[in-house]
Design a protein. Structure first.
Length: 383
């Protein structure tokens, strides 16, 4: 195993953090769009697409971008992606129409796809087995802590002017300096010695579970701001702090992954995490005072942090090291297909139930699925 420096590890953490802030930096701005662009048809749905349209471009293009990263190299690919990240991320500062901004968000997603492929494959290159489990917890925790600053900062800026949160994406230039200096590419894949017992190339079940995870978890950033601001009439700053609390517990969930993995299988951790998210949904649905969201939202955050660390580590554990870039690309595609599909799939239910009752209904449906899956696994240990 090649030894890497603290600076290289920090750079990898910063790259991972950018993939998290790609959406959370602007979530508190979304409810303002229905007022700013009130004459635009279907603006409620279009405003939700502001954070999920990048997910569509990632989902569609990530499998092809894996080949691009393989050809140009991980370091050069990261640098090019960081330039695009800054250019398209900040475009909302000056573009005039909602459709122009949405188009820029589509191109912005391409940069996120490349960054995710690079960071995931580099984790596979740098770490193995228990060391990888611990790093995945650290990475998710770092992403979550970074997300706290970005979402609170976005909340403060959105209260001043709805365009200002887009300025946060200039942070990509700072990370690019680190990437140019400290990213180390590993050309000899034989340095990673791992248990090959479970190695295979057919990872469809991991990709499917990753899709379902994001389909469910992305209800938090796509629906919570509307619930807190439109129903409880909270400010963007308060909304930012509430969602930031979810990221605090997202970090705690990620850190808990390594310890839980010693006792449970990847599949068992997945079931456990989904049950936590379902509980969070139900409790959010019964909130009557806006400040109680500080206690309910973190439950979902914990489950999400646990599951994200679990999914990436599961994929890296099963994928052959020679297929690591392609496997990372397909996992990225599955995760972001889930993100993009989330508001589209849930929007009819939100309209039917209302946003708060929707959380209750979703929680009970998800809990029913989790309990059913648990009993099926109990009856058949081979599943």
């Amino acid at each position: 195993m090649q030894q890497i420096t603290f600076q290289t590890k920090l750079t990898l953490l910063l790259l991972s953090m950018l993939t998290m802030m790609s959406n959370v930096a602007v979530v508190t701005m979304l409810p303002h769009l229905s007022t700013i662009f009130k004459g635009v048809p279907n603006i409620e749905l279009l405003s939700r697409l502001m954070i999920t349209l990048p997910s569509l471009s990632i989902a569609l293009l990530a499998p092809f971008l894996g080949g691009f990263v393989f050809k140009v190299g991980k370091k050069k690919g990261a640098i090019m992606a960081l330039l695009a990240f800054t250019l398209f991320g900040t475009a909302g500062l000056y573009l005039a129409t909602i459709y122009e901004i949405l188009l820029s968000r589509f191109f912005f997603g391409i940069s996120i796809a490349v960054l995710m492929i690079v960071t995931t494959s580099l984790i596979g290159d740098y770490f193995a087995n228990e060391q990888r489990h611990k790093y995945m917890g650290l990475q998710s925790a770092f992403m979550s802590v970074g997300g706290i600053f970005f979402i609170v900062g976005g909340g403060i800026l959105s209260d001043i002017n709805w365009r200002y949160p887009f300025a946060i994406y200039f942070f990509g230039l700072i990370v690019m300096i680190f990437a140019m200096k400290y990213i180390v590419e590993v050309s000899n894949y034989t340095q990673v010695q791992e248990d090959d017992t479970y190695r295979n190339h057919n990872l469809w079940y991991i990709y499917l579970l990753a899709f379902l995870l994001m389909l469910v978890f992305y209800i938090l950033p796509t629906q919570m701001p509307f619930l807190i601001i439109n129903v409880f009439h909270a400010s963007g700053l308060l909304t930012g702090f509430i969602i930031a609390m979810a990221f605090v517990f997202n970090a705690l969930g990620a850190i808990s992954f390594a310890k839980l993995k010693r006792r449970f299988s990847f599949a068992q951790v997945y079931i456990l995490g989904m049950s936590v998210i379902a509980t969070g949904f139900i409790l959010i649905g019964f909130v009557k005072d806006v400040h109680l969201f500080f206690f309910t939202s973190p439950i979902m955050g914990f489950g999400g942090g646990l599951l994200m660390a679990n999914m990436t580590t599961w994929m890296l554990h099963v994928a052959h090291h020679t297929k690591r870039i392609n496997s990372s690309a397909y996992l990225t595609s599955a995760l972001f297909f889930g993100q993009f599909a989330s508001p589209l799939v849930t929007h009819p239910a939100v309209v039917y139930f209302g946003v708060q009752h929707f959380f209750i209904a979703s929680g009970f449906v998800l809990m029913g699925i989790v309990v059913t899956t648990f009993f099926i696994r109990t009856l058949n240990k081979n599943i």
